[in-house]
Ligand binder design. Structure first.
Ligand SMILES: [Zn+2]
Length: 65
C-alpha cells in the first residue's frame, strides 16, 4: 500500500484487522480503505499504466487492494 499523500510505500504489512493506515514517512494517518481509494485515483489520473505497476509487498496487500 502506498501513501496517498507522499507516495511512500510502507515497508511493513498491515494486518487485515488494522483499519488505520499510518505512514511513517510523512505521518499521514487515515482509514486504510480511504487511503487505498485515494491511491487508485492518483494512479488512474497521473499514470494510466500504474495498475500494471502495482506490486503489493505482501500477500495481504493483494487482498486489501
Ligand atoms: Zn506518507
Amino acid at each position: 500500500m502506498d501513501c496517498s499523500k507522499c507516495g511512500a510505500r510502507t515497508k511493513h504489512c498491515l494486518e487485515l484487522s488494522q483499519r488505520t493506515y499510518f505512514c511513517d514517512v510523512c505521518g499521514l494517518v487515515s482509514s486504510r480503505d480511504k487511503n487505498s481509494a485515494a491511491v487508485m485515483v492518483v494512479r488512474a489520473g497521473f499514470n494510466p499504466a500504474g495498475v500494471d505497476g502495482i506490486r503489493p509487498g505482501c500477500p495481504l496487500g493483494t487482498q486489501a487492494a
